[in-house]
Write a protein that binds this ligand. Sequence first.
Ligand code: C5P
Ligand code: MG
Length: 192
Amino acid sequence: MLNLILFGPPGSGKGTQAQHLVEQYQLLHISTGDLLRSELKNETPLGLEAKKFIDKGELVPDEVVIGMISQQLDLNIGKVKGFIFDGFPRTKAQAEALDKLLDFKGTAITQVLALDVSEDEVVERIVNRGKTSGRSDDNNKEIIKNRFNIYLKETTAVAEHYKEFDKFTLIPGEGTIEEVLGSLQDVINHLI
Ligand code: C5P
Ligand code: MG
């Protein structure tokens, strides 16, 4: 399987790039943010619980998101050539849990592709996205700032985790969508 983690701060283009990559490489895009927003929209117990965290730009507890990922793997393994994880793992505990879940299924993360985008640029992008995304967490500077700080505090550990296994590639993320896509394709084509 080809199992990729699209990594990077909020607003770095993970979701946009994943949409382009899934078709070309026949992968399944698993975005925990999208899954949580769908639970929220459907007002499920999980969604209502997650809302408390999302509204503040904080992280939903590890057990909750790991459970969602586990369910997605159970549903889809054997049906696709691989996965693109977007917005997950966000903590070292989530990375370790993901490695275990994939190992159980006889597979593993192939590579982490990290989009390198500065704080100023991601804030500008999220503010712009907020004009149309309908996401309350994209429409408040404090929440955006908090999301970025949590990325620095909790999520950068995920990069360190995969660097230890030599599974980490940094990609320039500030070009046009096509330029960034080209850089991602260059790396992926060497992995397959
Ligand atoms: O990944 P995305 O930026 O779409 O996530 C939006 C929000 O969903 C995050 O700010 C966070 O509150 C929550 N989330 C989370 N844990 C994840 C993914 C998303 O808590 N693994
Ligand atoms: Mg996203």
